[in-house]
Design a protein around this ligand. Structure first.
Ligand SMILES: NC(=O)c1ccc[n+]([C@@H]2O[C@H](COP(=O)([O-])OP(=O)(O)OC[C@H]3O[C@@H](n4cnc5c(N)ncnc54)[C@H](OP(=O)(O)O)[C@@H]3O)[C@@H](O)[C@H]2O)c1
Length: 267
């Protein structure tokens, strides 16, 4: 820890070593939140912490950890409670995708994706919410995706994981009405980060047809979260995609999603 402290309380950001998570951390730092940053890449987190503390009068803590490990969320929550910290803001951003036929997916990789995108997100939220509710204040930002609106052939588990995040977030936001705690789902479409290369989906029609930059995506998420909105879909194209997903039958939307990422059409 270093710096004077921003005075807005602590914001915990998962997946803060790059991409949308790092830009969310930048947004929160600029608003005066002290940060707890987590991901697996200790070096990148330390670099981000040093840069943010140079730029803003805040404290930044780095906690390296693997949220695809079934004990990862508990370890992180215990690190916070061990220091007596109940975050004012929880940003569940860490997530991965995986492209290919479900039947061919590496089983350990598939279970790791579900652990990270679904189970650890739910567990961390469950462990941190009671302290927020007891205090009567808190903001949760869960990074879902426009993928949460549709079934996604060739990224089936990823799309299903984001449907879980979107549904959980909107339900919790309603359940918590009047508690002083809100939950917001951020639903980006294709965004320029390390995600597509790691997921093996950079050559898909979806990513070839245009991406948003990560900074405006993060800004939209933080603004929506701070105003307590249940859902935010950044960008006009993404709003149209998400809005039209509910208009047709699910088998039809699955065909459209297939066309955007069929291995046969990869560049
Ligand atoms: N980019 C897109 O097109 C897009 C679209 C919609 C939604 N999203 C969602 O946005 C979120 C952020 O992704 P991004 O686009 O910013 O991708 P990214 O640049 O690949 O960032 C992913 C972050 O998650 C962390 N992470 C990955 N595996 C982890 C693990 N096992 N344990 C802990 N942290 C882990 C990574 O850090 P380490 O590698 O250091 O652990 C990194 O900080 C994800 O939930 C993703 O599904 C992305």
């Amino acid at each position: 820890m270093a710096g004077e402290g921003g005075g807005r309380g602590v914001a915990l950001v998962t997946g803060a070593s790059g991409g949308i998570g790092l830009d969310v951390a930048r947004e929160l730092a600029a608003r005066g939140y002290d940060l707890w940053l987590t991901a697996r890449s200790t070096g990148k987190l330390a670099e981000a912490a040093a840069t943010l503390m140079r730029a803003h009068p805040i404290q930044v803590e780095v906690v390296a950890g693997d949220l695809a490990d079934p004990r990862g969320a508990a370890r992180l929550a215990e690190a916070l409670s061990g220091r007596g910290v109940v975050p004012e803001v929880l940003v569940n951003n860490a997530g991965v995708g995986s492209h290919g036929r479900f039947a061919d997916q590496d089983v350990a990789g598939l279970l790791g994706l579900i652990q990270l995108n679904v189970t650890s997100l739910a567990e961390l939220t469950r462990r941190i919410l009671p302290g927020m509710v007891a205090r009567g204040s808190g903001r949760v930002l869960n990074v879902a995706s426009t993928a949460g609106y549709v079934p996604g052939p060739f990224m089936a588990a990823y799309y299903a994981s984001k449907a879980f995040v979107l549904s959980l977030s909107v339900a919790l936001n309603e359940e918590l009405r009047g508690s002083g705690v809100t939950v917001t789902a951020l639903c980006p479409g294709a965004t320029r980060t390390g995600f597509d290369a790691a997921a093996g989906v950079s050559g898909s029609k979806l990513f070839r047809s245009g991406v948003m930059e990560s900074a405006p995506v993060a800004r939209a998420g933080v603004e929506a979260m701070l105003s307590g909105k249940p859902v935010v879909v950044p960008g006009l194209r993404n709003k149209v995609l998400a809005g039209s997903a509910g208009l047709g039958p699910r088998w039809l939307t699955a065909k459209v999603a297939r066309a955007l990422q069929d291995p046969a059409d990869m560049a």
